[in-house]
Design a protein around this ligand. Structure first.
Ligand code: AQP
Length: 339
């Protein structure tokens, strides 16, 4: 039985503009959760250094950090209530990550499917940071003793690793319940939004094809065009979910519609089952524009004042540090660091 107070922590990488998958899989739930529990939301800029594709220069990280911050606020995260900060400004994340590097086992990291996907055929050319990414993620969460982590399906395995690290730390150092076992919070019909070009790949910020994703900053015309071009098959929509067998693209579009309309895939099929994709795609484009365009407009307004975004991040980092500092001080004592 955990004695830890409920606290939500989640973050996104500033590797490019956020997309519909980030929104439906995570951000939309963050907005709901901030009225249910105390929350902390970070822009994980240290994680952004682990990948080569999608960004290459310091200017890109800077631009994307401000853009991701604007996206959080435009989607409904209220910085007056919920600290928003960038990870690199709270040094305790990196300090705890080192200690956790010494707790996590190589065999555990070898099983991480995201590393396999992202490193591709050239594992030996990947950064060490990409390999130990889930260890830093465990530190991001546990440095605040966060108990709940709203993420998409793709992050579930990393959350399980964070739980294993917390448990091994507690056992190894004989400190029962020192770190909590963080719970993944995965909700809604689109917890894994797939690429619009390939129903077997998840929608990703760093996919080479911009047509594979809907960016939160896309114009109404671009959104409509990307949805019209989305890969489908020649058959009409199935009458029920059993008909998704072997049709991942159809399933993806229906799940996206259901998530945006706050309904279920069954209800969407009740309305569109048996109809042609051309008709369904028009309705989906209209719904996506209605939900995403206001976020894009608000992001543009916020980004016109960079100094205000930087002020919000600085204020958030101060509040985050106030929580993390005593926890890291206690952790250092537990592991035997004199100071
Ligand atoms: N396709 C997706 N469907 C549902 N949820 C998703 N998330 C990401 N892609 C999808 C969720 O968004 C949050 C932030 O993810 P991240 O920025 O840490 O990086 P990621 O998971 O690796 O996402 P991307 O977009 O694929 O980024 P890149 O290309 O930079 O690696 C997480 O909660 C994630 O579950």
């Amino acid at each position: 039985m955990t004695t830890h107070k409920q606290l939500v922590l989640s973050g996104m990488q500033p590797t490019n503009t956020l997309h519909l998958g980030n929104y439906l899989g995570a951000l939309k739930n963050w907005v709901r959760m901030q009225s249910e529990m105390p929350c902390l939301f970070c822009v994980v800029d240290m994680h952004a250094l682990t990948q080569e594709s999608g960004y290459a220069k310091a200017d890109d990280v800077r631009r994307a950090t401000r853009e991701v911050t604007a996206a959080y606020i435009a989607a409904g995260v209220d910085p007056a209530r919920t600290p928003i900060f960038n990870q690199s400004q709270v040094a305790e994340h990196g300090e705890l990550a080192w200690i956790f590097n010494c707790v996590a086992r190589l065999g555990w990291l070898d099983r991480m499917t995201q590393f396999k996907e992202k490193s591709g055929k050239h594992k030996e050319r990947s950064s060490v940071g990409l390999y130990t990414y889930p260890v830093l993620m465990a530190a991001d969460i546990l440095v605040y003793r966060a108990t709940h982590v709203p993420v998409g399906e793709d992050q579930k395995q990393h959350l399980e690793l964070a739980r294993d690290i917390a448990q091994k730390f507690n056992n190894d150092f004989g400190v029962e319940d020192f770190f909590p076992q963080p719970e993944p919070v995965i909700t809604g019909p689109a917890t894994r939004v797939m690429s619009l070009r390939d129903g077997a790949k998840k929608m990703s910020k760093t996919d080479e094809s911009d047509n594979s994703r809907i960016n939160l900053t896309d114009s109404a015309d671009t959104i409509a065009q990307k949805i019209r071009k989305a890969k489908t098959d020649p058959n009409p929509l199935p009458e029920d979910k059993k008909g998704f067998e072997g049709r991942p693209e159809a399933e993806n579009l229906v799940n996206i519609y259901a998530a945006l309309a706050d309904t279920t895939p069954d209800a969407v099929l009740g309305e569109y089952g048996g109809k042609q994709f051309s008709e369904f795609k028009n309705a989906l484009a209209e719904l996506t524009v209605a939900r995403i365009a206001p976020i894009a407009d608000e992001m543009r307004r916020l980004l016109a004042d960079e100094a205000e975004i930087d002020r919000i991040l600085k204020d958030g980092a101060q509040k985050a540090r106030a929580i993390a500092a005593p926890i890291i001080a206690e952790t250092k004592k537990v592991v035997g660091f004199v100071g």
